[in-house]
Every structure is written in structure tokens, then in C-alpha cells.
Design a protein around this ligand. Structure first.
Ligand SMILES: [Zn+2]
Length: 420
């Protein structure tokens, strides 16, 4: 690609990113509305407007704050429509109000300080990928908020790629169906999505390190427990009292400590306890189970069933209710059936001069849910690091590379043998 085009991409992605992060789009877990916060509606309206200005077809922000638009295929391109997806909200774990992006131009390595928070320091030892970007422009927030590269980098990258396609008509692409979703960070990103508006295949741009392609995520279960005991005056309780809270505590102590989040990493799965509360009559808690391997989670569920039976037997009169929910599934099972979706992404990453880094997400993505709704959707890097924190950062080159991947991947799809 020539210098003029590269500069166009850098300018487009930077300008848009700096603009989008200024809008507070923090997701609000407690809200029952979609989107969960009014700032997301403002950004959604703005994006729909910008898509219209770019000249895309049918740009819209629907009543749930989902933004859609279509870029018709290049002439004579027959391949199926492809979706690029990113989310507009930011994590409630850190403030996203009044984000002031700071550009550290010609970054020299070493620690980065924050103008609005003298105590805060970002060092290469805690985020080693920083060392990759010596001489580059590194972008952080000012120290009081997160940056919002998760996932406004993804949005800016998709928008910059669209701007590129509108300007350089020789760049081939299939029909592109764009979607920007609300409330991904609180697990609702695809709840109200209109599947008919998406392509046959898709990609989320919501990953981290440049080159990363994630085609695997957790298989995720939740088990909600209710223990019903029997309260009696403690002075006269022998052989009578069934203290629900105490018995629940004994039950929880049977969960193997080595299989909890604080003791697991990489491909290891876990049980995670949350929301424990109770008294003599009634105690409640939840366990979430996570693993890349479906069978491992099945074994965890069987173990819990066995514990239930054992405890009800040991404490006659005790009632245990367990309600299980399959929250989301490992997208690998679906993506394995459509190997070209990930393979083309790997090829695109190679073609722009990066090494593809296949990774498994210790969590879920919008794409994992889309896979099980019929749109195979792996996750591509958007370039940001230290998500959900005041030290969140992104390098301009990584964002530019993500735009190049979208452009190259579109070209590969346009030339693929598959037709609709
Ligand atoms: Zn994200």
C-alpha cells in the first residue's frame, strides 16, 4: 500500500478514535433499559449519522440502540455478505466519564505518567507489549478514567476501513454488513440484535494484541443455589436445627480450591462463588463454572448434583434447590465447522506483515453468542491493552494494522471461491 493511503488510514482511525472516546458510554448493570445508559444512544446516533455521511446503504440506529449499515459489494463480487462488529459501551469497572485522551508521541520506552493522576504509572514491566511500540504514538487516558479502546478502537477501525472503501474503489470487498452493539460489557450485546441484518459470517474487533485471532472462548454455566433449613432456639436445638447458612458454608468448602479463579490460568477451568448470603432458615449463593472443555463443565455439574444428594442425606429435612443456566458456549465448536472463516483472518494478518496469534478468550464475546445464533464470528484484535483500567492504552500503529486487516480480509473474501 502506498504512503498516501497509509496516511489516510492513520488519520481516519486516529481522528475517529479520539472523538468516540469522549462520549461517556459506560454500561450500567442495574439498568433494565437497552441501551443501559443514555450516552450509548448519543454515540449510536452519531455513528449512524457518520455512516450516512460516508454514503453507506440503510444506516440506522434502531430503538434498542443497535447501529446497522450496509456497504454493497464491489462490482462482480459474488461472495457472501460479511459482518464486522464492535461494541459501543465501556466497562462499568472504571469511570468512562469525561475521558481525556493523551497522545504520547514518539514514545521512547520506559514508564508513562498521567497528567491528572501523579500517583499512577504505566510501566513496560506490567504491560510488556509497550516495548513493541518505541517511536510510535501511544494513547492513554489522563489518569482518572479508562480510555475506552475497548471497544472504541474497534469502532474507529471499522469506520476507517469503510471510509477507505468509499474513497479507493479499487479495493475489493464483499457486501459488508456493519453492526455496532450496546451493552457488551454487561453480557447483553447480542440480546436484541436483528440477525437478518447481519452477514453470513462475521468478525468482532474486540481483541487486544496486534495479530491476535481468538476462535475459542469459555463454555459457561451458572448454578444458583437455595438452601432451606429449619430454625430452632439455639439453646434447645440438638437434633432439630438445620442452619441453612452454616450448611451452605460446609457445602461451599467442598469446592476444590485449586479450581477457583485465583488458582487457575491459561486453559484451566474453574468454579467461582458469588453472591453468598443467608441465615438459619435460608441461604443463597451462585457458582459460575468456566472451562474450554465442555466435558469438564459437565463433570463439575455432576459433582454439584452429587454434593446436593449427599448433603440432603446427611441433613434430613434440608432442601437444596439448584437452578442451572448454560450462559454461553465455546465458539470453537461452531468455528471448526467453518474453517475458512478463521483461516482467511489468519491469512489477512500474515499478508499485512504480522504474525497471527491464535488465542483462547478466558471469557465470552458477542461473537461467541453470534456463533450459536448462526453467524460464525471469531474475534480479531483491536489493539488495546489493560482493558477496564485507568492504565488502558493503545498504540496508533496497532489500530492502523487492525484497519489493514479489515481491508485485506475483505479482499480475501471477495476473491474466495465461496458464493452465496
Ligand atoms: Zn470489549
Amino acid at each position: 500500500m502506498d504512503k498516501e493511503r497509509m496516511e489516510f488510514i492513520r488519520d481516519e482511525v486516529l481522528k475517529r478514535f479520539l472523538n468516540y472516546v469522549k462520549q461517556d458510554t459506560t454500561a450500567v448493570e442495574e439498568s433494565a433499559k437497552t441501551p443501559s445508559s443514555p450516552g450509548q444512544v448519543i454515540l449510536a446516533d452519531q455513528l449512524a449519522r457518520e455512516l450516512k455521511e460516508l454514503g453507506l446503504m440503510n444506516p440506522e440506529c434502531d430503538e434498542n440502540g443497535y447501529v446497522y449499515a450496509t456497504l454493497p459489494a464491489s462490482e462482480n463480487v459474488q461472495s457472501p455478505p460479511v459482518t464486522f462488529c464492535a461494541h459501543m459501551d465501556t466497562s462499568p469497572s472504571e469511570s468512562g466519564n469525561d475521558v481525556k485522551p493523551v497522545l504520547h508521541k514518539d514514545y521512547q520506552g520506559g514508564p508513562i505518567s498521567f497528567p491528572d493522576n501523579p500517583e499512577l504509572m504505566l510501566t513496560p514491566s506490567e504491560s510488556p507489549p509497550l516495548s513493541v511500540y518505541k517511536g510510535d504514538t501511544v494513547i492513554t487516558a489522563s489518569g482518572k478514567t479508562l480510555l475506552g479502546a475497548d471497544d472504541k478502537a474497534g469502532i474507529a477501525e471499522i469506520m476507517a476501513a469503510l471510509a477507505y472503501f468509499m474513497r479507493y474503489k479499487d479495493a475489493l470487498h464483499p457486501e459488508l454488513r456493519i453492526v455496532f452493539t450496546p451493552d457488551e460489557e454487561i453480557g447483553r450485546g447480542t440480546d436484541k440484535i436483528t440477525l437478518e441484518k447481519l452477514g453470513r459470517y462475521g468478525y468482532t474487533l474486540d481483541g487486544s494484541m496486534a495479530g491476535e485471532i481468538e476462535d475459542e472462548c469459555f463454555d459457561a454455566w451458572k448454578a444458583e443455589f437455595e438452601f432451606m433449613g429449619r430454625n430452632v432456639h439455639p439453646g434447645f436445638a440438638k437434633g432439630k436445627m438445620l442452619n441453612a447458612a452454616e450448611i451452605a458454608a460446609r457445602f461451599i468448602s467442598q469446592i476444590p480450591e485449586q479450581e477457583t479463579p485465583a488458582h487457575t490460568e491459561k486453559r484451566e477451568g474453574f468454579y467461582h462463588l458469588s453472591g453468598l448470603r443467608g441465615d438459619e432458615n435460608r441461604a443463597c449463593f451462585s457458582l459460575i463454572m468456566r472451562d474450554f472443555d465442555v466435558e469438564q463443565n459437565q463433570q463439575r455439574l455432576e459433582y454439584l448434583e452429587a454434593l446436593n444428594a449427599a448433603f440432603e442425606k446427611r441433613y434430613p429435612g434440608l432442601k437444596i434447590r439448584m437452578k442451572t443456566t448454560h450462559q454461553y458456549q465455546n465458539m470453537r465448536r461452531i468455528l471448526d465447522q467453518y474453517p475458512q472463516v478463521t483461516a482467511l483472518a489468519e491469512q489477512a494478518v500474515k499478508n499485512i506483515g504480522l504474525t497471527p496469534l491464535k488465542a483462547a478468550i478466558r471469557g465470552g464475546t458477542d461473537g461467541a453468542r453470534l456463533c450459536y445464533k448462526g453467524v460464525p464470528t471469531p474475534n480479531l484484535f483491536a489493539g488495546g491493552h489493560l482493558f477496564h483500567s485507568k492504565k488502558e492504552w493503545v498504540a496508533l500503529t496497532a489500530m492502523t494494522q487492525a484497519v489493514l486487516v479489515v481491508i485485506e480480509l475483505s479482499r480475501l473474501w471477495a476473491q474466495s471461491e465461496l458464493s452465496e
